[in-house]
Design a protein around this ligand. Structure first.
Ligand code: ADP
Length: 276
């Protein structure tokens, strides 16, 4: 059934994003709780365009168990645009990290769930383009889902379309900064895998890989390290399987990087006992 503004009552504000506010709402008759992203009618054109694009991408991807559920969208008489999403009650991987770093055991599960989400997006020719701890949401049932498709792209025509500068700078892969030097064509699918590798790395060590703990980023230095330095490697405490997995995600050349489907067969995350 189609959900409209009149069906919902506000419970709380969950967060503010770029140009929108996310509310916790309840359906008055079914009593189901949802997250409602509202883009104000006076938002700038870019914000509105991103919201419309997020709606069309969520609609395509919502049957994946590791993509945040989509339950429709509507425009209020005021001109506000609203997106009804599954409510994830456990915060994000960024907030979870504030409680402490993740063990390898936990990361195996986290990695597999995110990869299943990424594999289903990539199969549908969708690149997320902003994979980072804050955009992976959790719920109290232990589910892990990819959210925030505001800068995602459906790769229907040319890879060129992806070259525009979007997403969070720090998690960008070497070829996003410098396509010539790193495998030529910018490949949005491989770029998601790079960001995914950095995300796992950060959850394990507790800080962004290219920086020391607590160090504030200086963008020029960071960009040089990402493009011209070696990929970061895990501390000695990490197992060989985990190291190998992260290496497969963080290959400098995008064409050497494993795909989501390949990574799902890696012994670090594989469910197949023969590969262990
Ligand atoms: P933006 O795309 O504008 O950055 P986000 O999608 O990241 O906005 O949402 C902003 C905040 O709202 C997030 O940090 C998160 O805490 C919260 N939020 C977003 N979607 C959900 C959801 N489905 N369930 C629970 N909280 C959510």
């Amino acid at each position: 059934d189609v959900i409209t503004a009149a069906d919902l009552e506000n419970l709380a504000v969950l967060g503010h994003g770029n140009g929108g506010t996310v509310y916790k709402v309840r359906h008055k008759t079914t009593l189901v709780t949802y997250a409602l992203k509202v883009i104000h009618s006076n938002a700038d054109a870019t914000t509105r365009r991103r919201a419309l694009s997020e709606i069309s991408i969520l609609r395509r991807a919502t049957d994946s168990p590791h993509v945040v559920g989509f339950h429709g969208s509507f425009e209020k008489p005021s001109g506000d645009l609203a997106i009804v999403m599954e409510y994830m009650d456990g915060g994000s991987l960024e907030t979870a990290l504030a409680d402490g770093t993740f063990s390898e055991e936990r990361l195996k599960v986290v990695a597999r769930d995110i990869l299943e989400g990424l594999a289903s997006l990539h199969e549908r020719h969708i690149t997320h383009r902003d994979i980072k701890p804050a955009n992976i949401l959790l719920d109290s049932k232990g589910e892990i889902k990819i959210a925030d498709f505001g800068v995602s792209k459906l790769m229907c025509r040319t890879l060129e379309a992806c070259n525009s500068y979007v997403g969070t700078c720090a998690y960008m892969s070497p070829e996003r900064f410098d396509p010539e030097a790193h495998g030529g064509n910018y490949n949005g699918f491989a770029a998601d895998i790079w960001s995914f590798g950095l995300t796992l790395f950060e959850l394990y060590v507790g800080h962004f890989p290219f920086l020391e703990a607590g160090q504030r980023p200086d963008w020029a230095t960071l960009m040089c390290a990402i493009c011209y330095g070696d990929p970061p490697s895990l501390p000695e405490s990490a197992s060989p399987k985990f190291r190998s997995f992260i290496e497969s995600c963080l290959k400098k050349e995008s064409q050497d990087r494993w795909t989501a489907a390949q990574l799902l067969t890696h012994p670090f995350v594989s469910k197949d006992p023969e590969t262990h």
